[in-house]
Each structure stands twice: as C-alpha cells, then as structure tokens.
Design a protein around this ligand. Structure first.
Ligand SMILES: *[C@@H]1O[C@H](CO)[C@@H](O)[C@H](O)[C@H]1NC(C)=O
Ligand SMILES: *[C@@H]1O[C@H](CO)[C@@H](O)[C@H](O)[C@H]1NC(C)=O
Length: 395
C-alpha cells in the first residue's frame, strides 16, 4: 500500500508534467504562416484582454474627426500612406469601387471600377489597370489624380466623388466617362483603433510569439483606419448616355507613417449591405509580422441603429485559395452584438489589380451577391495576396 504522502507526490508530479508540457506546447504554424494556439494561448488572451479593455475605457469619447477627414500631411518615411476608398453596390447589380492612396513623390495608388449591370458594356475600369501607379502632375495635398477626384465636403456626412476621363471594358474598348456623385450618411463611424472587440483582438494577438520586437513592430506598423457606411448617389455619363447611380457604399480613410505592402501575406475582406438595411464589414487579415490571423469587422444593425464589433469569425484564409485563386462560392459565420450571422458569398465579377509602385501586392476586387441569414445582400469581397514577382508577374 502507498501512503497518503506517496500518493500526493505521484499526483503532484503528474500535475507538474501536464503544466510544463502545456506551457511548452508550441505547434508548427499552418503552412508555416498561420500561427496556432500554443500552450499559453488562453493565458495570453486573458492578459491582453485586460490590457485592451483598460485602454478602451481610457480612450473613450476622444474621437475627433474634423481634422481626420482631410488629406493628412505625409510622413517622413519612404512609404507613407493617406488613402480613401469607396465601395458601393446595389440590389440591381450595379457597383462602384474607387481607391486613391497618396504615397511619396506624387505617386497615388489609384483605381476605379464602375459596373452598370443593365448596360451593354458591363464592367468598366480605369485605363492603366491592373497597374495602379498614377502620378499627380504637381504635388497637391488632395485625393486627385488622372481624372479621379475625391473631396471631403462635410466631416462624417458628405464626400464628392468625381471622374473625368477614359475607361475600358473587358474587350479593351474605350469609353468617355464622366462621374458626378455625392456620398452622404447619418450612420456611425467604426474606428479600428478604439472600436474593435477587445476579446477578438486579444485572441488574435495571443496566436503570435511575444517579444520586444513583436510589440515594436505593432507600434511601427500602426495605422489609423476608420470606416463609415452611407449612400452614393449621382450620375455617370458613358459615351454621352447618362446612367443613374444609387449605391449602398462604405468608405474608409487610412493613414499612417508607413504602409509596407510587402508585410501583407493575405487578406479577405467583405463589404456588403442587406435588403433589411443591415450593413457589414468583416474579414481576416494575415500580416505575419503583426498578426497571422486578425479577425476584423463590425455590423451596423438597422433594427437597433447601432454598430457592433465582430467578436468571432470562422473564416480561415488558409482554407480558401492560398495559391492566389480565391473561391467564388463559399460561406462563413461570425458573431457581432451577441448575434450569429452566416453569410453566403457568390462572386459575379473578379477583376484584379496590383499595388503599389513595385506591384508588391495583388488585390482581387470581387463584385458579389451575398445572402446573410437568408436575407439578400450586395457588395464586394476584396481578397489580397502578396505578389513576390512584382512587375515581372505574368499578368
Ligand atoms: C445583371 O444582369 C444580368 C444580365 O442581364 C442578369 O442576369 C442579372 O440578373 C442582373 N443582376 C441583378 C442583380 O439584377
Ligand atoms: C465611345 O466614344 C469613343 C470616342 O470618344 C469611341 O472611340 C468609342 O468607340 C466609343 N465606344 C463605343 C462602344 O461606342
């Protein structure tokens, strides 16, 4: 018979072995990129959750957008960024996507797509695509380049989106295009600095190996990024014929000391609106030096007239199109505001472009139909890939 003490020693030893194993448990990253939960995953998550929660409480009500809604002074860095982006769609299959990101030396990474579904020309794009390196003739602190002009009119309420120039269809036929549209809104802003779900964020951070360098990278790659849903209304004139545009449109503004596209391995973002008035922005980002699995997004619930951050999302990039062929028909689930959403995505058009000067990144701008908890929706799924070959890629 073993004594009570001997039992205790055996028990304690087994317990210690389990604890040590758990702490040292560190599985290989999926595809050598996507980190998996290690032994301290939940401890790290809880710790980070408390830190982020404290930060969130401290920062509350300090959002001032009046200054942020203007073009920002570019930083000293070689890769500064100050970009605005509009992504709109409607139930009848029309789309408008336009982005202009101010970089250094008069370079603006810019592009535009317009699709009038009922027209015979279908999807139109700016002439240089898939290249997006456009240049201002003279330095202007404006989102204004080669015919594209995006102007803030009233902070958080109204922006103008104009275009004057040529566009091409998929047979390379050129058209004269003039766009005069205004984007307006009464919906709230979602700021990724303050409004992300702290638990989802803590989990995204807990996947990574923590070190001094890790936190330094986080700091250095920090960008201000906020989004707001609204309505883009206007007229686009194509070779003399007017088409009315009325699109549910999300817009964003991002700026920071530097944007290094080489740091982005992949992302998959979904911007869409549903028949019942709900608006969505949800996706995953893989930027291995900071986050290999960052869940991001929010839902604007029409019924509650409120924005809720996404607290959980089961979309895993490594399960879809890791070899640069993103899926055209898929579904995923996420939670926001205590509600579970399942969204089906059906891709209708999938033009792509390269960012930035050296084509560091490939972005597939997928114009889609959505179905979210059975309700029809429309919008786009933007999937990005790192483009190692740069401009030598076989486009
Ligand atoms: C867009 O046009 C096509 C071809 O005319 C049509 O089949 C489709 O239903 C339209 N899409 C929508 C969303 O109305
Ligand atoms: C549109 O107008 C341009 C001239 O401005 C012409 O070259 C082009 O062929 C026209 N496109 C179509 C499809 O009519």
């Amino acid at each position: 018979m073993l004594s009570c003490t001997e039992y205790s020693i055996i028990f304690l030893s087994i317990f210690l072995i389990i604890v040590v194993r758990a702490i040292n448990y560190s599985p290989r990253a999926i595809l050598n990129v996507y980190q998996r939960p290690n032994g301290l995953f939940w401890v790290k998550t809880c710790f980070m959750y408390v830190v982020l929660l404290a930060r969130k409480l401290k920062k509350k009500n300090s959002h001032i957008y009046l200054e942020l809604e203007k073009p920002q002074t570019l930083s000293y860095h070689d890769l500064p960024i100050d970009g605005v982006y509009f992504n709109g769609a409607s139930s009848n299959g029309d789309h408008l996507v336009v982005g202009t990101a101010r970089r250094k030396n008069n370079l603006i990474d810019a592009f535009m797509y317009i699709k009038i579904n009922a027209s015979e020309f279908g999807l139109l794009e700016t002439l240089k695509l898939p290249d997006t390196s456009l240049y201002q003739d003279e330095t202007k602190e404006e989102w204004n380049v080669e015919g594209i002009k995006i102007t803030p009119v009233e902070a958080m309420k109204k922006w103008d989106v104009y275009y004057d120039g040529k566009m091409k269809d998929n047979k390379n036929t050129k058209y004269d295009v003039k766009l005069r549209a205004s984007w307006t809104t009464n919906l709230p802003i979602f700021n990724f600095d303050h409004d992300m779900d702290p638990w989802a964020m803590a989990k995204s951070m807990a996947y990574e190996t923590w070190s001094k360098e890790y936190f330094k990278n986080l700091e250095e790659n920090h960008q201000t990024h906020y989004e707001q849903h609204g309505q883009l209304e206007g007229v686009v004139t194509v070779n003399g014929t007017d088409y009315k545009l009325d699109l549910n449109t999300v817009r964003d503004h991002s700026f920071g000391v530097k944007r290094e596209w080489r740091n982005f391995h992949r992302y998959g973002l979904h911007f869409f609106s549903a028949q019942n008035g709900d608006r969505f922005s949800v996706g995953m980002i893989c930027m291995p030096i900071s986050f290999s699995r960052l869940t991001m997004g929010y839902v604007y619930s029409k019924e509650d007239d409120k924005i809720y951050p996404v607290s959980d999302c089961d979309l895993q990039l490594y399960q879809h199109g890791e070899n640069a062929e993103p899926p055209k028909d898929y579904a995923f689930s996420f939670c926001a505001g205590g509600k579970k959403y399942t969204v089906q995505v059906n891709v209708v058009d999938c033009p792509y472009f390269y960012l930035s000067k050296d084509w560091e990144s490939k972005v597939v701008e997928r114009l889609c139909k959505f179905k979210v908890n059975g309700v029809e929706g429309w919008g786009a799924a933007e999937w990005q890939y790192r483009n190692i070959q740069g401009r030598f890629v076989n486009k």
